[in-house]
Design a binder for this molecule. Structure first.
Ligand SMILES: Nc1ncnc2c1ncn2[C@@H]1O[C@H](COP(=O)(O)OP(=O)(O)OP(=O)(O)O)[C@@H](O)[C@H]1O
Ligand SMILES: [Mg+2]
Length: 294
């Protein structure tokens, strides 16, 4: 049983590794990596005075953030504060109501090449097959129509879904659905609770695997999570959203030594930041729970 579990986890890690190794970035010279401080990198994404309304509901307002070329920024905030909405605005899938987002200085008005989103619920259209979902993802990622048909089988095979091209999402396991959602070529990776659906042990393995791969091919990664531990472990900076409508309450520079590993979890700075984020969010979480109970 344990052997079987280990082999499943190893397979999952290998696939995650393969997928992320595909991320097309400038070749990285190891000596550059050793000397480059991510904090010195130029801003890649700028979010300026961003606000979003759904009809009468003002979800967030006046959000100002910058994301650098090589950093992982994690975002935490109470359920419903607009984390997914913010990622969709950055992705260009959804227009904002106020303000603007710039990626590489260009205002985002539609999905752009190289910016990929891993959705909370895998982002698969239930009425599309695996083939059609991957093709649509490639289209959103800006891949030319004429080459999509050639690329789909390659990506489907790469993420281990060969033979499932004609299956619909409901016919796939959760892990398979997520792999299908990952079959894109990102240079900016927007992750919406990517590990929420896996068990605790697999989650921990995938967190470290993702960090290790990121260390080899750093990129701009914005990572939304409900887990404060995950936010502190994965993030160079942690953004705390709070309030109704929400806005950025705090951006915490995590300043934990890298590379992050299991030992990081025992580092005094880890507990310090975790407790800080926890107490910051406590009131909001309590208020949200109270509302659910009512
Ligand atoms: N398409 C939509 N139309 C109308 N309201 C929406 C839409 N999408 C989201 N909302 C509302 O906007 C608010 C923010 O939703 P969003 O999904 O961005 O929050 P979230 O922070 O990602 O929540 P969670 O932590 O539960 O994933 C919620 O109140 C939600 O009900
Ligand atoms: Mg969400």
């Amino acid at each position: 049983m344990t052997e079987k579990l280990n082999s499943v986890i190893m397979k999952l890690c290998k696939r995650l590794h393969l997928i992320l190794m595909l991320i097309p970035l400038e070749p990285i010279v190891i000596s550059d990596l050793l000397h480059a401080s991510p904090t010195l990198d130029e801003p890649r994404i700028e979010v300026n005075s961003l606000g979003k309304r759904y009809g009468d509901l003002q979800v967030f307002k006046d959000i100002n953030l910058t994301f650098r070329e090589r950093e992982i920024v994690t975002i935490v905030g109470p359920s419903g504060c607009g984390k997914t909405t913010l990622l969709r605005c950055i992705d260009g899938l959804m227009p904002s109501s106020e303000g603007e987002i710039r990626i590489d200085s260009d205002v985002v008005r539609k999905p752009r090449e190289g910016v990929s989103m891993v959705f909370q619920h895998f982002g698969l259209f239930p009425w599309k097959t695996v083939y059609q979902n991957v093709a649509y993802g490639l289209k959103l990622a800006g891949v030319r129509k004429t080459v999509i048909a050639d690329k789909v089988p390659y990506y489907t095979k790469l993420v281990g879904l060969e033979g499932f091209e004609n299956s619909y999402p409901y016919q796939l396991s959760g892990g398979m659905q997520q792999r299908c959602g990952l079959a894109l070529e990102p240079s900016v990776l927007l992750m919406d609770e990517p590990f929420a659906a896996v068990d605790a042990q697999t989650r921990e393995i995938l967190q470290f695997e993702l960090l290790r791969i990121w260390g080899m091919r750093p990129m701009t990664m914005i990572f939304v999570t409900h887990s404060i531990e995950e936010a502190v472990l994965m993030g160079d900076r942690v953004v705390v959203l709070k309030g109704r409508p929400s806005s950025v309450f705090e951006v915490i520079d995590v300043k934990l030594p890298g590379p992050r590993s299991r030992e990081t979890l025992a580092h005094p700075r880890f507990s310090e930041v975790r407790e800080h984020v926890w107490s910051t969010l406590m009131d909001e979480v309590r208020a949200a729970e109270f509302e659910i109970e009512r």
